[in-house]
Design a protein around this ligand. Sequence first.
Ligand SMILES: NC(=O)c1ccc[n+]([C@@H]2O[C@H](COP(=O)([O-])OP(=O)(O)OC[C@H]3O[C@@H](n4cnc5c(N)ncnc54)[C@H](OP(=O)(O)O)[C@@H]3O)[C@@H](O)[C@H]2O)c1
Length: 328
Amino acid sequence: MHAWLCETPTGVDALTWTEQPTPTPGPGQALIEIKAASLNFPDLLIVQNKYQIKPPLPFVPGSEYAGVVVAIGEGVTQLQMGQNVACLAGTGGFATHVLAPAALCMPLPEGFGHVDAAAFIMTYGTSWHALMDRAQLKPGETVLVLGAAGGVGTAAIQIAKAAGAKVIAAASTDEKCALCESIGADVSINYSTHPLPGAFRDAIKAATGGKGPDVIYDPVGGDFAEPAFRSIGWRGRYLVVGFAAGGIPTLPLNLTLLKGASLVGVFWGDFAKREPQANAKMMAELAVWYAEGKIKPVIDRTMPMAQLKDAYTHMGSRGVKGKLVMVN
Ligand SMILES: NC(=O)c1ccc[n+]([C@@H]2O[C@H](COP(=O)([O-])OP(=O)(O)OC[C@H]3O[C@@H](n4cnc5c(N)ncnc54)[C@H](OP(=O)(O)O)[C@@H]3O)[C@@H](O)[C@H]2O)c1
């Protein structure tokens, strides 16, 4: 087997494509032949030692992948040889094979392809948990999605629309805004041409008839958070999802009082660990929505696994629309 190895977490340049002996699964494990693995923002942080989870060295990055079960360890009863599965295990995906914890492997229904499956669990899990669980989004409400053309952003647009909400998508280029509208956003705001803070706030107000959004989905943070929060509607819910812009924002707390609004933290990974039954129910519902065509990962492009460094560069430069997927 081959894998991208991170021996020193100093960045993408230090990754090496190495040949390794193909492992045999131990108890509770399955050997997966990887067909597709997607890039998520944490994959960028983890190889720079900037992610909250720091795997022991050396490790193979690649949090999320899909493939075929080619060997099964002792005690694994829920998987079969030759079965198609998707898995979000945190590491191991940027390779040709991986030993996966069988409990984390999601069997794929007929018609769920490897590329879509590799781009599904993290983004849709996060955005569903955020919008439907943490924000209790109701039909007819208005959602503002920041970084709307990114991985979690595109999933948030589709989920909010499927839930009957009106969606305002905010992104940094006209091309990204057009993509957001093509997947269901009702309105888009280019925050490069409506700069922070004033013009951006005015554009949000105009898009909501002066009322402000009921829910704001923020995976970007930085300088976007305060002007966005200042635009929120009465009883609004502001979802703190991530900090792709780098800076962790601070907010004057009187803003929550003035709007009767809530700041709501979203940590889908811990939700999945702490509330596994609720998470399994949510993933099952998402699989039904996928089968019904209500949601479908937006794939920016697929690239050969050997070109991982180019893929990282593309993601780091804010070039990706939707998801980048590496394929074997
Ligand atoms: N809380 C959770 O449970 C959870 C789960 C998954 C992911 N996340 C977090 O959500 C965030 C987004 O993840 P993702 O996988 O959707 O990433 P992504 O596909 O790269 O999207 C991030 C978006 O952020 C915007 N952005 C603004 N400033 C940026 C900068 N300086 N560098 C890069 N992007 C910038 C970009 O949109 P524009 O160019 O349009 O501004 C980009 O499309 C990350 O912080 C990630 O850690 C949180």
